[in-house]
Write a protein that binds this ligand. Structure first.
Ligand code: RM4
Ligand code: MN
Ligand code: MN
Length: 409
């Protein structure tokens, strides 16, 4: 199969070997799409409405199917329960129908424990036991929804925290989180996982209850073995070494999921690799090296977590998936046998160059060839644009979208 793309007369054996590695790596890279990434969302100050944005869950499935259709890498769609299943468990039948219609499975089930008026002072960390109960019950319903939809991961992100020193008892709130997460863990079905996401700030600006990977780790350990940590690239301070966090979590077998996005400042939701592709490569490198050393595939759910305000939503998703594939393919090209020896010998320059050398390989033609071998379009963006889908949905959805409120105050 591969041979068809190789000009044997040039005897480019190195390229054949590289292409084989890239193809194998791409075969196993699946990337979940976020339902909310297809809807109109905005900044704190307003939304710029897109005529073609998805206005309901049926449209989100349809848009996700486009991304999957052209990239072949995105068979699942993450759902945010209140945005996608407004009636909770009662809406599961509708999701099953859409899933069958579009050939996209329901992915991680994301509770909404941050937007109801009740959650003004927190959800699981709220001082009011009735509100904690409400939040736990919502997540328990998410566990049940995930069970029916056969989704493995329930993936809460907690906005809990406080804005002013002295206004909340941080230690009490740790206990509330310990109790709540334990109860949720104990309700998980066999094979399900609870992924705890952390974030240093926003919307809380003084203290956030689960502010970093250490807090998420300790809470996950306390909850039980089916609870793991989820890393989101945008949820770190500027200088933080994210790949080191990934290495620690891999070492302890505590990483369950990864949210892709890029940022210049904070949780900016920029396109993966748009600001710092080397950062993404370094994260993939840590994962690949762990896999090489242990002869396993790290069980990490890769998901996009971006909601674009300016770029076309489907185009931005396709761009993200292609970027992830390219950077993953480049990480796959690191010669780990060689690197391990160089590390052992503290051969600094050669070790670094071994890593950098893989980063600088232009894998785009190999990725294209992989796509062709799978019956996919070599250039997913071009194929999507040629399909006319974007124009069609803009026409169909325009009236509904333009009627939506976009103002901040
Ligand atoms: C948060 C976090 C969560 C996502 C929400 C929409 O910042 O990244 O993963 O569910 O945004
Ligand atoms: Mn996230
Ligand atoms: Mn985020």
């Amino acid at each position: 199969m591969l041979g068809r793309f190789i000009d044997r007369s040039t005897g480019d054996l190195m390229r054949v070997a590289q292409a084989e590695v890239v193809w194998k790596a791409l075969d196993k890279l699946q990337i979940e799409l976020p339902s909310w990434g297809f809807a109109n969302t905005g900044t704190r100050f307003g939304k710029f409405i897109q005529a073609g944005a998805a206005t309901n869950i049926a449209e989100k499935f349809s848009d996700a199917a486009q991304v999957h259709g052209f990239t072949g890498a995105c068979p699942t769609l993450a759902l945010h329960v209140q945005w996608d299943l407004a009636n909770g468990l009662k809406d599961v039948g509708e999701v099953e129908k859409l899933s069958a219609k579009h050939g996209i499975r329901a992915g991680s089930i994301n509770p909404n424990i941050f937007q109801n008026q009740e959650y003004k002072y927190g959800s699981l960390g709220n001082p009011d036991p009735a509100i904690r109960r409400m939040a736990i019950d919502h997540i328990l319903e998410c566990v049940a929804i995930a069970d029916v939809l056969k989704s493995r991961d329930v993936s809460p992100w907690f906005a809990d925290g406080s804005n002013y020193p002295g206004t909340q008892n941080m230690r009490k709130r740790i206990r509330f989180f310990e109790e709540g997460l334990k109860e949720i863990h104990d309700a998980l079905r066999a094979g399900q996982r609870l992924l705890v996401e952390y974030k240093p700030f926003e919307p809380a600006f003084y203290h956030t209850d689960i502010a970093d990977w250490g807090m998420a780790y300790v809470l996950a350990k306390h909850a039980g073995p089916q609870t793991l940590v989820l890393v989101d690239t945008g949820h770190h301070y500027q200088a933080q070494n994210i790949e080191q966090i990934v290495a620690w979590l891999l070492h302890h077998k505590m990483i369950g999921g990864f949210h892709f996005n890029d940022r210049r400042y904070a949780d900016d939701d920029l396109t993966l690799g748009s600001i710092d592709p080397y950062q993404v490569f370094r994260i993939f490198h840590e994962i690949r090296m762990y896999e090489w050393e242990n002869g396993v595939t790290a069980d990490i759910a890769y998901m996009v977590d971006q909601s674009h305000n300016l770029k076309g939503k489907i185009e931005a998703m396709i761009q993200t998936v292609c970027t992830a594939q390219e950077l993953y393919a480049r990480a796959a090209l690191v010669d780990y046998g060689r690197l391990a020896k160089l590390q052992q010998g503290c051969d600094l320059v050669d070790a670094e160059e071994t890593l950098r050398g893989a980063f600088w390989v232009d894998v785009r033609s190999m990725v294209k060839e992989w796509r062709i071998s799978k019956g996919l379009p070599p250039d997913p963006m071009e194929a999507f644009r040629a399909s006319g889908y974007a124009e069609r949905i803009a026409g169909e959805r325009r009236a509904r979208n333009l009627g939506a409120a976009a103002s901040y105050a």
